[in-house]
Design a protein around this ligand. Structure first.
Ligand code: SF4
Ligand code: SF4
Length: 379
């Protein structure tokens, strides 16, 4: 239920003006209003995460779906999201939840989320579908309990986070998929995602890695707007120099969605060319995503070139590494963190019957104040 945010400061107590510190937008939020993301509200001069404890989407699925190919492969994660986002991508596949500006979701306190994960066989929690930074206090409360129960935490993020958010994330997050779009190009982000600048995303990747969060990078290749080979090369070079050549990079195929319906899916040859230049720049693990059955779903040993992890879609179909993640052919140590979970052999999509034990809450804009005040009184 609504909780006072950790990441904000009071700008003017008399005027009840606050500044949200969660992402680089640093919204100044006046009393009775919310920031850009739609879920962080100023009520009586305090900033509240109104969707704390309200999950709009919950599912159990394979970790490879995030995609995380190099972190605890074969494991199952409970994926969770709230409404709202700090970006407004015109191609968002989850626009129905990310761009929703009402507070809505299944009532799920952090303890219950962890219990659900355990009851349904998940090994970790993933904060995903919308941008987790906008609900970071909810994620943090879940994540701390999850860790105590031996579960790991991962996030799928656009990387647009403040230094304060990075510090909080580093306290409980084990791994992150940083989702670039159009090679992280600032012009692309301005035009298609309403984001002033992407420099904070690159800084966040460096900082998260420095603070011990395992990083995989994805890049959505959008025909016409974000499919430049030279920009892909520049991105690959940046990753090699700043995150290291062992960082996995996934080029993702675009599919028309939301407001970008007039752009066709990315041709597979364009993705293959992207992968080629990324390898030329020195990256060891380059993948193509959203093309099930493509040979670049596999992990190839950087030393001997043999397939060491074979994949089809989200399934692992071949495993040629020992327990220390060394190639069984040549002994090269592949950069995979954690272990292979035996659940890789199972179907890892699990349906969660939320309506059987919790209620769906919907709070229209004009009721937010009442909802916050009532929740605080009863807590
Ligand atoms: S998290 Fe939301 S309210 Fe906070 S600065 Fe970012 S967009 Fe604004
Ligand atoms: S950052 Fe992700 S969730 Fe947010 S609008 Fe863009 S694609 Fe959608």
């Amino acid at each position: 239920m609504p909780k006072e945010a950790l990441l904000y400061r009071v700008v003017d107590a008399e005027k009840k003006l606050v500044e949200c510190l969660a992402c680089p937008r640093r919204c100044n939020v006046v009393e009775g209003k919310c920031g850009f993301c739609g879920i962080r509200w100023n009520i009586d001069g305090k900033l509240y995460l109104v969707s704390h404890g309200l999950a709009i989407a919950v599912a159990i699925d394979p970790i490879e779906k995030k995609p995380l190919y190099h972190f605890n492969p074969g494991s199952m994660v409970l994926s969770i999201a709230t409404t709202g986002c700090n970006w407004a991508c015109t191609f968002c596949q989850n626009w129905d939840i990310s761009q929703r500006r009402v507070i809505a979701g299944w009532k799920l306190d952090p303890e219950v989320v962890v219990k659900l994960a355990e009851a349904y066989g998940a090994h970790g929690i993933t904060y995903t579908y919308n941008e987790p930074i906008v609900f970071i206090e909810y994620a943090y409360d879940i994540g701390v309990i999850a860790k105590k129960h031996g579960l790991f935490n991962t996030m799928v993020t656009n990387g647009y986070m403040s230094d304060e958010a990075i510090d909080l994330v580093a306290k409980f997050m084990d791994a992150a998929t940083v989702d670039l779009k159009g090679h992280g190009d600032p012009e692309f982000a301005r035009k298609l995602s309403s984001v002033p600048d992407t420099e904070p995303v690159f800084q966040a990747m460096v900082e998260l890695k420095r603070k011990g969060v395992f990083i995989e990078v994805t890049d959505l290749v959008v025909p016409k707007y974000g499919d430049s080979i030279e920009k892909a090369r520049k991105l690959a070079r940046w990753i090699v120099e700043n995150l290291g050549p062992e960082t996995p990079l996934h080029f993702l195929r675009f599919h028309p969605d939301y407001k970008l319906l007039n752009v066709p899916p990315t041709p597979v040859e364009v993705l293959e060319r992207h992968a080629e230049v990324a390898k030329e720049e020195g990256l060891h693990y380059v993948y193509i995503g959203n093309v099930p059955g493509h040979k670049l779903e596999n992990t190839y040993c950087p030393n001997c070139g043999k397939v060491v992890v074979g994949r089809i879609g989200f399934d692992i179909v071949e495993w040629k590494l020992d327990n220390e993640m060394r190639c069984q052919y040549c002994g090269y140590r592949v950069n995979i963190v954690g272990k292979l979970y035996p659940t890789y052999k199972l179907s890892r999509f699990v349906y969660l019957p939320l309506d059987a034990f919790t209620e769906f809450v919907h709070v229209p804009e004009h009721k937010v104040r009442e909802f916050v005040v009532k929740s605080i009184r009863s807590s």
